[in-house]
Design a protein around this ligand. Structure first.
Ligand code: IVH
Length: 686
């Protein structure tokens, strides 16, 4: 069949429109107008024409849903407005308080709320330009996320092109979820293939969005619910109206939404779904209550972390009963041995539970756990489930209590327990493999030496090849040591498998990162050493007080405890750390490699934390004293943030004093940049 470019264009337009419409009928309205076969025929015809005329393939072509290989890493995209989270409440009284607080802030006696379900998946930001989906970005750290557009395009309930009347540019936010049916099918497949299953639908959705091959994402059958329209404020008066608009634009909107005139109706909604949610084909962990009127939302504004116009109500933890297979013992960085119950897999609040912490020997004894017992597992909002009880009525006799081992399960050393402490330790700190590995993980971690390029599985790889057993070994690594190393890595939490390897670029990047780490300030180097009980904060205090490692090493108990926050326990731990010649030799060696063992800066310059890393602030208006403003600016820098002198889209927050200029204020509101009072700013740092 021969076609001119013009004819091809017309054909493509025509087929695209038809397919979009049928997709909508099928996936959104659940009301197909043609058979699957006829649909496939249309799609195949489009594929054929596009193949002939590749220059005519549009980014929103339905053929793009089929998915292809994406090989590059995800691009990092900064959110135009931070993706904030919601404050949580767990009972009616807390919710009543929210209602009171909100009404009093608005000086209103009555307030209309919208109640929605809280979908338990992965937050996503979708940008449509001229009606075409151009970008989909994950929440990430709230400020920057991964560009997962190619993968999101495979989700059938997200239109690639909007219908009806839509603004030129619009950002929508919602939750991508994995329905139970897709979740079980996926896990079954994984188990048959001998792979570890995903722990819950949320992890599975998240893993599926981050796949390198979008054809695989397409197969995972994800779904999406939208809950926020960024430009809603200029188009509609209420949140509810903008959610309704979503359906006109071609989205599936959730039927689990209600406008409530008072708290009685809000509680009705919550109670109805507490039971109703069990019949839903996907996970929800609560409800979200939002002030409906946009005008009122604007008046309420935001705190540093949450909108003041919305709150989440979380349902209570769910419980399941299952059999104990065996208790295994994990050894942590400081040698603490934690008992873990390995369970007969059980579905709990939508996820398969196989392991749960038994905390320590005392807890185990108190619970009176015996081999073969039936245990109650509970899961709240947290990821790691807990054992909360034993069903003794089902106990088989004679029952043998599970006893805590006398020796380290990893290296065989005799375990010790300090007076008055619940934990058992493995004292073999210099040879016990899990302790060494965890120590290395700590050393390179973001708040310590911040050596990037050693993510999931790479430390294991270097450790097992015998290349790194000690901190000093990082600084002896060479390009040839690294090049070509590889190993299969299985993520214990979500069961995903990855080939971990060092190629030209990854090897060089790591060496560069190691080199760069030599500039890490003394307080973080001190924290990186992993001296027991010396956390980030105590390391800072010690660094500030003693100024260099030599003074710290020779400090007496009495000198140590004069430092703020340093008590007997930390002092003893520091003394015994430096009493060990092995540690002193290590430090000398690290020093010879160029690591910072003294504060070379003026204490005014000392970095206090990286709490504001990646955030940009504008300080505007007048404060209690003129010096106060300078102090705030200094605090921003000392906590790793950046200062700006004008209102731009890139700003994260404005610290607003009195009498902020009206033009600045207007622009800030327009760009949706949250304003913080001095108090709220200080809270960010606390
Ligand atoms: S509204 C400005 N509505 O819960 C805050 N969030 O902790 C906008 N979520 O990150 C959020 N269902 O991923 C909103 N109906 C819903 C939601 C919802 C789930 C998630 C969302 C957010 C987290 C809040």
């Amino acid at each position: 069949m021969y076609m001119t470019l013009e004819e091809a264009q017309k054909k493509i337009d025509d087929l695209t429109q038809q397919i979009h419409r049928h997709n909508y009928q099928y996936y959104v309205l659940d009301n197909p107008l043609i058979s699957d076969y006829d649909f496939d025929m249309l799609l195949n015809e489009l594929i054929a024409v596009e193949k002939e005329f590749p220059s005519l393939v549009l980014p929103d072509s339905p053929t793009q849903r089929v998915g292809g290989e994406i090989t590059k890493q995800f691009k990092q995209v900064r959110h135009s407005n931070p993706m904030l989270s919601l404050a949580n409440t767990y009972n009616e009284a807390e919710l009543e308080e929210f209602d009171k607080r909100t009404k009093s802030a608005l000086a209103l006696d009555e307030l209309e709320y919208v109640c929605e379900l809280k979908y338990d998946g992965v937050a996503i930001s979708l940008t449509y330009e001229n009606g075409v989906l151009t970008q989909a970005v994950t929440r990430g750290d709230g400020l920057t996320g991964d560009d997962v557009t190619a993968n999101v395009k495979t989700i059938r309930s997200i239109p690639l092109r909007l219908q009806g009347d839509y603004p030129d540019r619009i950002e929508l936010r919602g939750e991508i979820i994995m329905p139970h049916a897709s979740f079980s099918a996926l896990n079954e497949e994984k188990e048959t293939a001998g792979e570890l299953p995903f722990a819950n639908p949320r992890n599975a959705a998240s893993g599926s969005l981050k796949l390198q091959n979008s054809a695989e994402t397409a197969r995972r059958n994800l779904d999406c619910f939208l809950y926020f329209v960024s430009s809603g404020h200029s188009l509609y008066k209420t949140h509810y109206e903008s959610i309704l608009a979503l359906s006109v634009w071609g989205f599936k909107i959730s039927p689990h939404i209600a406008v409530c005139k008072n708290m009685g109706e809000v509680f009705d909604f919550i109670n109805q779904w507490e039971i109703g949610r069990k019949t839903l084909p996907f996970d929800t962990d609560g409800c979200v209550i939002k002030v409906n009127q946009y005008r009122l939302q604007e008046m309420l504004g935001f705190t540093a972390k949450n909108p003041r116009w919305a709150i989440a109500y979380k349902y209570k933890a769910e419980r399941a009963l299952t059999a104990l297979n065996e208790v295994s013992y994990q050894v942590g960085r400081t040698g603490v041995v934690t008992p873990v119950a390995n369970l007969h897999p059980v579905l709990l609040a939508g996820s398969m539970v196989k392991r749960a912490s038994l905390h320590n020997a005392d807890f185990m004894a108190e619970m009176d756990v015996c081999t073969g017992d039936m245990l109650y597992v509970e899961k709240g909002g947290e990821i790691i489930p807990k054992i909360v009880g034993v069903d003794k009525s089902q106990r088989k006799h004679p029952a043998i209590p599970v006893s805590f081992p006398a020796h380290c399960p990893a290296c065989g050393a005799l375990l010790i327990r300090n007076e008055g402490e619940a934990a058992y330790y493995c004292p073999n700190t210099k040879q016990c493999p899990p302790q060494l590995k965890a120590g290395l993980e700590h050393f390179i971690s973001r708040k310590a030496m911040n050596i990037e390029g050693l993510g999931e599985g790479k430390i294991d790889l270097l450790f097992e090849k015998g290349l790194v057993r000690n901190f000093t070994d990082f600084y002896k690594l060479s390009y040839t040591d690294l090049l070509g190393l590889e190993r299969l890595y299985v993520n214990e939490n979500d069961g995903t498998e990855r080939l971990v390897s060092f190629r030209e670029k990854t090897a060089q990047n790591l060496l560069d990162a190691i080199q760069k780490s030599k500039q890490t300030p003394f307080d973080r180097v001190l924290f990186a050493l992993g001296i027991r009980y010396v956390g980030e904060n105590s390391a800072k205090k010690l660094a500030l007080h003693f100024r260099n490692i030599d003074k710290l090493m020779t400090a007496t108990h009495d000198q140590l405890i004069t430092v703020d926050d340093i008590g007997d326990r930390i002092a003893e731990s520091i003394l015994s750390y430096f009493a060990d010649a092995f540690h002193v030799e290590n430090i000398d060696e690290l020093r010879s490699f160029g690591l910072q063992f003294q504060l070379n800066d003026d204490p005014e310059q000392l970095v206090l934390s990286d709490k504001l890393q990646g955030l940009t602030f504008l300080v505007s208006g007048t404060f209690s004293t003129p010096e106060r403003r300078k102090e705030i600016e200094r605090l921003i820098e000392r906590h790793g943030g950046k200062k700006s002198s004008s209102v731009t889209k890139q700003l994260s927050f404005i610290v607003a004093g009195a009498n902020m200029g009206p033009s600045k204020l207007e622009k800030a509101v327009q760009l949706g940049i949250p304003l913080l009072s001095e108090q709220e700013f200080l809270q960010l740092l606390s």
